[in-house]
Ligand binder design. Structure first.
Ligand SMILES: [Zn+2]
Length: 420
C-alpha cells in the first residue's frame, strides 16, 4: 500500500478506537452513577416518586446502557468486517463478476449491503424489544407485528431508497466535478418532501392516526392553540399502545402538513391540565422556530458532508485505505457512498455533545413557552409522570447527560420550572 492509504487506515483506526473508548468510558460512568444512586429517591422527588419506581428506572437505565455497549461492540466489528477485513471488497467483486459494471451492479451493491447489515443486526433488535422492553413491561408488540413492521419497513425503504440512490449515482457519473452540489440539492429536496409526506403517507402505514375525538379536550386544546396563534388543525391521536407502553407527544411536518400527535398512552396518563401544558411545550418548539433552525442546520451540515464526499470519492487512498480495491474501468460511486456512510459517523459522533446542547437549549425554551401560556406546576407534574412511566432515571451521570441527552435531566428541568 502507498503512504496516503496507510495514513488513512491509521486515521480510520485511531478514530474508531477513540470513539470506542469514549463510548465505553461514558457508558461505564452512567452505569456506575445510576447504580450508586439506586438506593434512595433524590430528595427533590421523594414526595412524588416511590422507591420502587426509582429502582425500576435505575434497572432499566443500566440494562439499556449495557445493551448500548453491546451494540457498539457489534457495530465496530461489523465496520471492521466490511472494511479492513475485506467484506465490502468481496461483495463488490462478486457482484462485478455476476453483473458486470454499471448502474445495476451499483444498486445491487447498495441493496446487498443494507440487507446483509440488516440481517446481522436483526437479533439485536429482537432482543431489545422482546427481552429488554418486555422484561420492564413496556413491550406490547407480538412477534407477528414485529415481523410485519420489518417487512413493511424494508419494502418502503427499498421503494424510496433505490430511486434516490439511482438518481444520486447517475449524478455522480454524469454531472461533472460539481456533481456533489446537485446531489446535495436532490438530497435536500428529498428531505423536505419527506417532512411533508412522512406524517401523511408513511407513518399511517405503521400506526393509526385519528383526529382527537374527546370533545372537552378538543375545546380546551383548540382554545390553547388559538391563544398561541397556531392554525388549529391537525391534532391527532396515535395508537402508540399497539407497540409500547412508552408515552410521548410530538410535532411533525411543516406548512399545511404540520400536526401535533399525541400517543394514546399519553392521553391516558395525564390530566387535561397536564395535556395542555405538554401541548404548549410542543407548540413552543414550533413558535420558537426550533424546527426551522434544525432544518437549516441539517442543510448546512449536509452541504459540508457532500463536499467532503465529492473530494474523497476521487482519492484512491479513500478506497485502498479502507480495504477496498476500486475498479479501473467501471464507476466506483456506490463503493464511495457506502464507505462514506460507514466512516462519517466516526467523525460526527464527536459532534453529539454540541447537538445535544442545542437540543437541551430548545427544550428549556419550549418549557418556558409552556409556562407562559399554561402553567408551570402542570408541566412539572406532567413531566414527572412521563419520567416515571417511561422509567427514565432521575440520577444520570452528569458527564453522560452533557454528552448525549437531548432533553435536560429531570432535576435540572424541574428546577428551572420552579424558578420560572
Ligand atoms: Zn420538547
Amino acid at each position: 500500500m502507498d503512504t496516503a492509504s496507510l495514513a488513512f487506515t491509521a486515521l480510520f483506526c485511531a478514530l474508531l478506537v477513540l470513539g470506542l473508548v469514549v463510548r465505553t468510558v461514558l457508558s461505564s460512568r452512567q452505569i456506575r452513577h445510576v447504580a450508586r444512586h439506586r438506593g434512595a429517591v433524590p430528595a427533590a422527588f421523594s414526595d412524588t416518586i416511590s422507591l420502587e419506581a426509582h429502582q425500576k428506572a435505575a434497572n432499566y437505565t443500566i440494562t439499556k446502557t449495557r445493551y448500548g455497549l453491546l451494540e457498539t461492540a457489534i457495530d465496530a466489528a461489523l465496520l471492521l468486517g466490511w472494511t479492513l477485513l475485506g467484506g465490502l471488497d468481496w461483495l463488490n467483486q462478486t457482484l462485478l463478476d455476476a453483473l458486470g459494471g454499471g448502474m445495476l451492479q451499483q444498486l445491487a451493491l447498495l441493496a446487498a449491503f443494507v440487507a446483509i447489515g440488516g440481517l446481522i443486526t436483526l437479533p439485536l433488535g429482537w432482543y431489545a424489544t422482546f427481552r429488554i422492553e418486555e422484561r420492564f413491561g413496556f413491550n406490547k408488540m407480538t412477534l407477528s407485528l414485529w415481523l410485519a413492521d420489518l417487512f413493511k419497513g424494508s419494502l418502503v425503504g427499498a421503494l424510496i431508497g433505490l430511486p434516490i440512490a439511482a438518481l444520486v449515482l447517475w449524478l455522480m457519473g454524469a454531472a461533472g466535478p460539481a456533481w456533489w452540489i446537485w446531489a446535495w440539492g436532490v438530497w435536500m429536496a428529498f428531505n423536505l418532501l419527506a417532512l411533508v409526506l412522512y406524517p401523511t403517507l408513511i407513518a399511517p402505514l405503521f400506526n393509526k392516526f385519528e383526529p382527537l375525538a374527546d370533545e372537552t379536550l378538543k375545546t380546551r386544546v383548540n382554545a390553547l392553540m388559538q391563544r398561541c396563534g397556531f392554525a388549529a388543525k391537525g391534532l391527532f391521536v396515535m395508537d402508540g399502545s399497539k407497540r409500547s407502553a412508552h408515552a410521548n407527544a410530538y410535532f411533525t411536518g411543516f406548512g399545511a402538513a404540520k400536526r401535533v400527535v399525541f400517543f394514546d398512552t399519553l392521553l391516558k396518563q395525564l390530566s387535561p391540565d397536564e395535556i395542555d401544558a405538554v401541548l404548549a411545550h410542543e407548540l413552543g418548539h414550533y413558535q420558537r422556530r426550533h424546527i426551522l433552525k434544525r432544518i437549516v442546520l441539517m442543510f448546512a451540515l449536509s452541504l459540508a458532508g457532500f463536499a467532503l464526499l465529492g473530494w474523497v470519492s476521487n482519492q484512491a487512498w479513500f478506497f485502498s485505505g479502507l480495504g477496498v480495491t476500486p475498479s479501473m474501468d467501471t464507476p466506483n460511486d456506490a463503493l464511495a457512498l457506502l464507505l462514506f456512510m460507514m466512516t462519517v459517523p466516526l467523525l460526527t459522533y464527536f459532534l453529539s455533545p454540541l447537538m445535544a446542547q442545542l437540543s437541551r437549549k430548545h427544550e428549556f425554551e419550549a418549557d418556558a413557552y409552556a409556562v407562559d401560556h399554561t402553567s408551570g406546576p402542570d408541566l412539572a407534574s406532567a413531566l414527572l409522570k412521563l419520567y416515571k412511566d417511561n422509567a427514565s432515571t432521575l440520577t444520570p451521570d452528569p458527564v453522560y447527560a452533557r454528552f448525549y441527552y437531548s432533553h435536560p435531566p429531570a432535576s435540572e428541568r424541574l428546577a428551572r420550572l420552579q424558578t420560572a
